[in-house]
Design a protein around this ligand. Structure first.
Ligand SMILES: Cc1ncc(COP(=O)(O)O)c(C=O)c1O
Length: 453
């Protein structure tokens, strides 16, 4: 029988997170304090995060147990299904086998809930009453709103202004789950007021929204900050995805030749690929490719430098491929994936040539999304549609070469709140845009100077 859904029982759900740090062949560069340029210690991060998450951030343990209370919540949507895309394969007329790991079945509609509940849990445990965060398209904000609701925490979300106006339904979802939402840049923080003073029409960026959320948390005693991507502990929480996928591929009697995921800050892709890294490091022949938009090409056009995680310069310096923390994403871009930097873990793997990166245009992305929706039924979020584009291109290469490759792709969420972008695509109003080198070069003049060790 040709399986369509490869499922795991609740008993087979991972009970530990996988930490890749001890398996990195070369150690990663630590985050630095922007004032002293020395590695940040746990105390530097304590105003923003609970100590349990800080310890996960710097942990050298290969596995970290998932508390039973969290496992119980995860069982509401985990293990998530792995699908074999028989109908897509047929539509592409390819001998390749395409599997997709679908995270859109979580109540929030994406993988983001995996870390949202974990972060809310640990903050609650340390007696925190309120969290702040930023959100772009609203996926992360809505996931954290639900996470906070599960644990009785208050939440304030700084939502990138352009999305706040373009995507009212995500805001309403956040409010339904009890969060307060403001458009960023806002008048509520010094960071927001500073950006508005320079440009009253500023459309906002994730970098600015992060500055606002960090400032809010740092200036309120009962408040911590929560981030939906980039940091090690966030990527750690997503490794349930790849652990499940490995087991599911095993059940299907298969192993991927190619793993593909989209990258915004790097969390869903890391969640899928990291549990395969030990195989890759020990010489297994698996290609791991991440897909990013041409409009925000952090890995393919950015430079590998220490930079701030936010626009105003409040966060520690992270070693990452960056377009410069002053990057403002083009307004015309329909999907998410608009962060100037990238998770240091992803950047390190890329620098070590353990993973590849490719950038795709939004029309090609939506073309893939629509043909996926027409064959597999699921309407993908624009972010993972970038990964579907790359996976489908690899499958089409197989049609040319006759190779029967196995492709595993991360489908991190559904696109039910992104139909405005679909409408633009379907009516032919979606422009393609390549982020110009001149802007990268200009922005990189604002990146802090950190001497190479
Ligand atoms: C469904 C979905 N996939 C992917 C991303 C990109 O983030 P990350 O790279 O952290 O997975 C987002 C960001 O909001 C998202 O909503």
């Amino acid at each position: 029988m040709d399986l369509v859904k490869i499922e795991l029982s609740e008993k087979e759900m991972p009970t530990r997170w996988y930490n890749v740090t001890p398996d990195m062949p070369v150690p990663m560069s630590p985050p630095l304090h922007p004032g002293t340029l020395q590695p940040v210690g746990p105390d530097d991060l304590a105003p923003l995060f609970p100590m349990s998450l800080i310890m996960q951030e710097v942990s050298q343990d290969r596995y970290i147990d998932i508390p039973e209370e969290l496992q119980q919540i995860f069982r509401m949507w985990r293990p998530s299904p792995l699908f074999r895309a028989h109908r897509l394969e047929k539509a592409l007329d390819t001998p390749a086998k395409i599997y997709y790991k679908y995270e859109g079945g979580s109540p929030a509609g994406s993988h983001k809930l995996n870390t949202a509940v974990a972060q809310a849990f640990y903050n609650k445990q340390e007696g925190i009453a309120r969290l702040t965060t930023e959100t772009g398209a609203g996926q992360w904000g809505s996931a954290l709103a639900l996470g906070c609701q599960f644990f009785g925490l208050e939440l304030k979300v700084y939502m990138v202004k352009v999305s706040y106006h373009q995507k009212p339904y995500r805001r309403i979802l956040m409010e339904t789950w009890g969060a307060g939402v403001v458009a960023s840049p806002s008048q509520d923080t010094n960071a927001g007021r500073q950006v508005l003073a320079q440009d009253a029409e500023n459309p906002g960026s994730l970098g600015t929204a992060i500055s606002e959320a960090v400032e809010d948390a740092a200036t309120h005693e009962d408040t911590h900050y929560s981030l939906g991507s980039v940091l090690n502990h966030v990527l750690l929480h997503q490794t349930v995805i790849g652990q499940e996928a490995r087991l599911q591929m095993e059940k299907a009697g298969d192993y991927p030749d190619i793993i593909v995921g989209c990258i915004g800050g790097g969390s869903n892709f890391a969640g899928l690929l990291l549990p395969f890294i030990p195989d890759k490091v020990s010489g297994k022949n698996v290609r791991i490719i991440c897909a990013e938009p041409e409009a925000c090409p952090s890995l393919t056009k950015g430079l590998y430098r220490y930079d701030f995680g936010d626009t105003v310069g409040l966060t520690p310096l992270l070693k990452m491929y960056t377009l410069g923390h002053t990057f403002t994403p083009p307004r015309i871009h329909a999907g998410g994936l608009r962060y100037h930097g990238m998770a240091p873990i992803i950047c390190h793997l890329y620098d070590q040539k353990l993973i590849e990166a490719t950038a795709v245009h939004q029309n090609a992305t939506f073309e893939a999304a629509v043909s996926f929706a027409r064959s597999e039924g699921i309407v993908p979020a624009p972010e993972p549609a970038h990964a579907l584009r790359v996976a489908m291109d690899e499958a089409l290469k197989c049609r040319e070469s006759g190779e029967k490759k196995t492709i595993l792709v991360g489908l991190s969420g559904h696109g039910h709140f992104d139909l405005g972008a679909y409408e633009e695509y379907l009516s032919g109003n979606l422009p393609d845009y390549s982020y110009p080198w001149e802007l990268v070069e200009e922005a990189l003049t604002h990146v802090p100077q950190v001497p190479e060790k």
